[in-house]
Design a binder for this molecule. Structure first.
Ligand code: GLN
Length: 490
């Protein structure tokens, strides 16, 4: 039946027609995880009992006809979403044994819709990374080529969906962690407008940038998950009231498409970008032109300041957020501390990995008296400029297309000794977070047998249009249907 290939709507049809129960569907994906996960290391936790219980609940909803399209469908959550009574590690030794007493808002909403949590996915420690090599639980592999990274920090989620071990997964995006792994693994990923999805129960990295969203096989599945998780939440003080309540309608006519102008930022297609990637993107732009879209060149002038500003702001917020891991309230605690200071020092020395320590040190330095104005305040000013650049671009065009990453998936180990090179791989994704805008990454082709992703960036709260544009492209092309050979069997 090729269940692993099916979209959420197709899976839901199987459940509704009683071709399959949610219990059977859950078992099917658990079996795939058992067969393939050892190769990929995409999951940190697979709680079969918990999943089966949720599947039975879903089956009871279906029997009572109280189901929605999502009821009974398995989903994997990035391991930074708190899941009640299920281990939540954030990819860190610090939280190696942490069992949350509550569900994150998005987990709660998806549970209420009857979705089945099939497992918790591997990730860079505390979501800091672009390659999934900083996880305490080991590197995740890219299903397209297991010598390559899957991207980070939601690499476990991306690897799991790309190998079809789960129909869909959640991720978080502080500087690209949904879009970049989606791009490296040939998936569609949506980073929503800041404030449109609750961050309550999502373990914080950089609170003014963090936003969660779906990693899926296509735009339609992204829309279904986004519709369920979006909306105001009084538990999150940065939650926004302006999010539309109505469900997304993916239909867009050719006449509407003809009225849409898309900007191509010239700074994004410079020498930093691999020529082959640029070619693949321009080939896909030809498809969009045939669909009626108009293109024009735009400029986002402060582009080269993005990486320094992002890494100062993200690290500053991280150093503050991660101060809560002190060995007292929760998480790892060192053995036999001599005194309070020894407890703090050894707990943090043992509990955090190298990348996390580096960020805490950069952040604490940037926030310290004497350097605060020079680094942190300056980075905030750049952040404002970057936002203003987007706002003035959106006075000229409706949407912006951009590469997701300067390269395709790189080799495991290739960038671990060069932090700057690793950080530069976020050059096209971080501006969107600094501005708080929504953006999707969609697969638009291949280079050397590895997927290439392209971003569709929109103005605030334009998720519906972004997904319509993505969906229109996916009706014309089949890049999103490609599956890595090794995993393309039952
Ligand atoms: N690679 C970026 C970082 O390490 C983005 C990570 C993310 O979006 N969580 O900060």
């Amino acid at each position: 039946m090729d269940i692993y290939k099916k979209s959420i709507i197709e899976l839901s049809e199987l459940l509704n027609k009683k071709t399959l129960s949610s219990k059977e569907m859950t078992n099917y994906f658990l079996k795939r995880i058992n067969s393939f996960n050892a190769k990929l290391n995409a999951f940190i936790t697979v709680d079969e009992e918990h999943a089966k219980k949720q599947a039975l609940y879903a089956d009871s909803l279906i029997a009572k006809k109280k189901n929605t399209l999502l009821t009974g469908i398995p989903i994997a959550h990035k391991d930074l979403f708190s899941t009640k009574n299920v281990l939540t590690t954030c990819g860190s030794k610090m939280l190696e044994n942490y069992i949350p007493p509550f569900d994150a808002t998005i987990v709660c909403k998806l549970n209420n819709a009857g979705m089945v949590t099939i497992g918790k996915t591997n990730m860079d420690e505390f979501a800091m990374g672009s390659s999934n090599e900083s996880s305490y639980f080991g590197t995740v592999k890219n299903p397209w080529n297991i010598d390559k990274v899957p991207g980070g920090s939601s690499g476990g989620s991306a690897s799991a969906v790309a190998a079809r071990l789960t129909p869909v997964a959640t991720g978080s995006d502080t500087g690209g962690s949904i879009r970049q792994p989606a791009s490296f693994c040939g998936l569609t990923g949506l980073k929503p407008t800041y404030g449109s999805v609750s961050r309550y129960g999502m373990i914080a990295y950089a609170s003014s940038l963090d936003q969660c969203g779906p990693l899926a096989k296509n735009a339609e599945d992204c829309a279904l998950i986004y519709d369920e998780i979006k909306g105001y939440d009084h538990n999150d003080i940065t939650s926004n009231h302006e999010v539309k309540q109505e469900k997304i309608n993916l239909k867009i006519s050719k006449d509407e498409a003809k009225k849409i102008t898309i900007g191509i930022p010239k700074e994004y297609f410079s020498k930093d970008l691999d020529n082959n990637i640029s070619d693949v993107i321009f080939q896909s732009i030809e498809v969009f032109k045939k669909l009626g879209f108009t293109f024009r060149e735009i400029s986002l002038p402060q582009h080269d300041l993005t990486i320094p500003a992002y890494y100062i702001i993200a690290s500053a917020e991280a150093s503050s957020n991660l101060s809560r891991y002190d060995g007292i309230k929760f998480g790892h605690r060192c053995n036999n501390p001599k005194n309070l200071e020894d407890l703090y020092l050894r707990t943090r020395k043992e509990g955090f990995g190298k990348e996390v320590k580096k960020r805490i040190m950069i952040g604490a330095y940037a926030l310290s008296a004497g350097y605060y104005d020079e680094y942190y305040i300056r980075a905030l000013k750049i952040r404002r400029l970057i936002r203003d650049n987007f706002i003035s671009a959106f006075n000229k065009v409706d949407y912006i297309f951009a590469p997701t990453c300067p390269s395709t998936a790189f080799n495991i180990g290739e960038k671990t000794s060069n932090a700057l090179e690793m950080y530069l791989s976020d050059i096209y994704t971080t501006p969107v977070n600094l501005a708080g805008l929504p953006a999707a990454s969609i697969p638009v082709g291949f280079n050397d047998s590895l997927p290439v992703g392209m971003q569709i960036i929109g103005n605030y709260f334009s998720e519906e249009k972004i997904l319509q544009i993505a969906n229109m492209f996916q009706k014309e092309t089949d890049w999103h249907l490609k599956i890595p050979k090794e995993f393309d069997n039952e």
